[in-house]
Design a protein around this ligand. Sequence first.
Ligand SMILES: [Zn+2]
Length: 121
Amino acid sequence: MNLVDFTNRFSSESACEEHPIALRWPSGFCCPKCGSRNAMRVQAAHRRNAVNRVPLFVCKDCHRQTSVTSGTIFHKSQTPLTKWFVAIYLVANDKGGIAATTLERALGVSYPTAWVRLESC
Ligand SMILES: [Zn+2]
């Protein structure tokens, strides 16, 4: 998939949110605590930046709340998922290793953000 196809596919936060959900729970959500499939999906707005409202699954049996991004490099990040996805694409497709300064320019994020993200990967 080239960069144009990639950015078309993951052009919105919701498109980026659905991808890890499908990867993590290919046959539907399953509560990591009790194994129940009886859950409701809500939008969480715990990030100060309201652009990002991470979907949350609430188990109807044990009431555990599971964020789609919990346990991933995206967890509690204030960087939009659309930028994360492009960063991952660029890193994954650059055989020589992409510089944090290149990501900073390409994504419009600060150098520390680009650096931390690279470190996190
Ligand atoms: Zn549960």
